[in-house]
Design a protein around this ligand. Structure first.
Ligand code: ADP
Length: 644
């Protein structure tokens, strides 16, 4: 029993051993080997993807994309040595071979184009296409692959390189499809890698493009700024030139011609011209005439230059009529220019701009250079601007010229008048003294008795002579004050001077029944004055008050110390002076409307007084309300060194 059991056990063990090895050989070993091989395949694929990804980079130039694609394909080909790899690029209606990896028996011809619809399908479906036997494919084109490249089975997939570039296709060819299972993930991986790299590159390229665009925009802006800057500098230079022009013209000692030539000199300097001339329109002659003060033209030649505005052959006339600036690089050989003058002044380059004033064109400015093709449009623009300003200056100069001529004439007339008055007055004074002397001798009866009528006539004559003498002495005073009168300044006590004046007119006041009071403060500070002239001012104010206030009036003279000045005032309660006359009473020969007919006078007393007070550094004025009298005041500065 035991032996049976042992026998059966031994048999069972041998059977199990056999079964084990049977199963091991039949099932496990193949599984193990396929597992090992698939593990190796996986490891290879992982290594392939890792290595290629490590080397992957986003190309910065589209050309670099070719390098990176080439690297992937080389790697792929290394992994599948027996394969033949071809790369095609899409062209309208066909595909062009651009690269291949394999030593073909007959070298494929690069850049040859093929019309294969299988490629178009691959592109349209975006899928990996597999042709296990190219001869059995639906596509006649695929058969040709065999003929052209000796490819018997093919895998193909498309990818898109950089943006805008045509699509590409990788063809993975083999002798048989046995490799395809392993190769498919490689091919997919390569195609998707190349596509995503192309996407990144697209971004890189577009960013690069954008930055280049920005760069060029910035460059353009910098350039524009540069231009604007140099224009600003040019404008600043022009402003400076204008400023120089204006200062030159408005300089106090500047004569009109000097002003113009100063302007033209500056223009010449600014544009480096050899000749600058203004041609102003002479209405009477109907001609454009060179104005004085031209630059670079001898005066003798200037006289030769005048162009009738009917002469349309002249560029100056055309600019004058059309208001359009003109520029030529060679005036001597330009049919649009009267070359006669260009030759006369030996100029070639020429610019002509209109000069307009208050919208009216008054002439043109001609600027020439001995050099050919010398002036620029910028200079023409500058000239156009300066010409407008020049017009204002020309007007100013002309006005100034007219004004100074008138002022000179007036001054001359005034001098003549003063001289005449002085001479006449002087010449009249002597005979008048004689007349007055003889009239008083006759009136005294020394030379015989007079009847009543004769006495009356002689009295009238005597009064007239008095008036004439008065007028003449006023005229002489005035002419002296207008000339270089010598004042004898000395320290003066005005209290005393006023007292003396009051005494001298007291009799006259009594005759006119006018009461006269003196309220001048005692111990007024001293002033520096000419006693004769200031005495005359006080006399004059007192006499006026007595004359104009009329009988029964009250006249008061006062004097005050006002700190810096002493003020003397003469006040009456007469008819006063109407407001509209108050400003004029200090003018020479002015006589009030009512007083002129009623009271004798010359109209010179207050003018003389004003001149005298002002020559003492003082002021004279009046305060008056019609019907309430008038108060004349004058102030003289007190002497700095009192009492010595
Ligand atoms: P004249 O007295 O010779 O006319 P004045 O120059 O002294 O010349 O005076 C100018 C004018 O001022 C007088 O004609 C007169 O109309 C006016 N005038 C001057 N003083 C007085 C005054 N006290 N009251 C009114 N009018 C006066």
């Amino acid at each position: 029993m035991i032996a049976e059991l042992i026998g059966a056990g031994t048999l069972g063990a041998a059977g199990a051993f056999g079964a084990y090895w049977y199963l091991k050989f039949r099932d496990v070993l193949p599984m193990e080997s396929s597992l090992r091989s698939s593990q190796r395949t996986l490891a290879d694929f992982t290594a392939f993807t890792r290595e290629t990804m490590e080397r992957a980079f986003a190309p910065e130039q589209p050309e670099q994309y070719g390098d990176i694609a080439g690297y992937y394909l080389v790697k792929l080909h290394k992994s599948f040595q027996d394969s033949s790899i071809l790369v095609f690029e899409k062209e309208p209606g066909q595909w062009r071979l651009i690269n291949y990896l394999k030593h073909f028996k007959a070298e494929p011809k690069l850049l040859t184009s093929y019309k294969w619809s299988a490629f178009d399908r691959c592109l349209a479906e975006g899928e990996l296409l597999r042709f296990d036997d190219v001869r059995t494919g639906d596509y006649q084109a695929v058969e040709e692959l065999l003929a052209v490249f000796g490819v018997k089975a093919a895998l193909m997939c498309t990818f898109r390189p950089a943006a805008g570039a045509p699509e590409r296709l990788i063809l993975f060819g083999a002798e048989s499809p046995a490799l395809f299972g392993a190769a498919q993930p490689y091919l997919r991986f390569v195609a998707s890698q190349l596509s995503s790299i192309s996407k990144v590159s697209d971004k890189v390229f577009s960013l690069k493009k954008e930055s280049e665009q920005l760069k060029s925009e910035i460059n353009a802006m910098v350039k524009e700024l540069d231009v604007a800057g140099s224009r600003l500098i040019q404008r600043a230079r022009e402003r400076k030139a204008l400023y120089e022009v204006v200062t030159k013209v408005t300089a106090p000692d500047q004569d009109a011609q000097g002003g113009c030539s100063a302007i033209l000199n500056i223009v010449a300097k600014m544009v480096e011209a050899d000749v600058v001339a203004n041609l102003l329109f002479d209405e009477a002659k109907g001609e454009l005439v060179v104005s004085p003060g031209s630059y670079g033209i001898p005066d003798a030649d200037r006289m030769l230059y005048s162009i009738p505005v009917s002469n349309h052959a002249s560029a100056s006339v055309r600019t004058f009529l059309s208001r359009k600036p003109f520029i030529t690089e060679d005036a001597q050989n330009d049919p649009d220019v009267l070359s006669r003058y260009a030759k006369l002044w030996e100029i070639h380059s020429l610019m002509i701009v209109p000069i307009s004033l208050h919208g009216r064109i008054i002439g043109v400015m001609r600027v020439g250079s001995r050099r050919k093709d010398f002036f620029t449009p910028d200079q023409l623009e500058f000239l156009t601007i300066i010409a407008d300003e020049l017009a204002i200056i020309i007007e100013m100069v002309t006005l100034y010229e007219n004004l100074s001529r008138t002022a000179d004439e007036l001054a001359q007339l005034n001098r003549l008048k003063d001289e005449f008055l002085a001479t006449v007055s002087h010449e009249l004074k002597t005979p008048l003294t004689t007349i007055k002397g003889f009239v008083s001798v006759i009136l005294s009866g020394e030379v015989g008795p007079l009847n009543e009528q004769q006495t009356n006539f002689l009295n009238v004559t005597d009064q007239s002579v008095n008036r004439l003498t008065h007028l003449i002495s006023d005229l002489l005073d005035l002419s002296r004050l207008n000339g270089k009168v010598e004042m004898e300044f000395q320290k003066l006590d005005l209290t005393e001077l006023v007292r003396n004046s009051v005494s001298s007119v007291l009799l006259k006041a009594k005759e006119k029944n006018v009461s006269l009071t003196n309220e001048t403060a005692k111990n007024l500070p001293q002033v520096k004055a000419d006693i004769r002239w200031i005495g005359q001012v006080v006399d004059n104010l007192l006499i006026n008050a007595i004359k104009y206030a009329g009988p029964g009036a009250k006249v008061k003279i006062s004097g005050f110390d006002k700190g810096e000045v002493v003020v003397i005032s003469v006040e009456d309660d007469g008819p006063g002076i109407p407001l509209e006359e108050q400003k004029m009473v200090f003018e020479k020969f002015y006589r009030g409307k009512t007083s002129a007919s009623q009271v004798p006078g010359t109209g010179l007393g207050l003018a003389i007084s004003k001149s005298v007070v002002e020559k003492h550094g003082g002021k004279i004025w009046l305060e008056s309300k019609t019907g309430k009298g008038v108060k004349f005041c004058f102030a003289l500065p007190i002497a700095k060194d009192q009492g010595t």
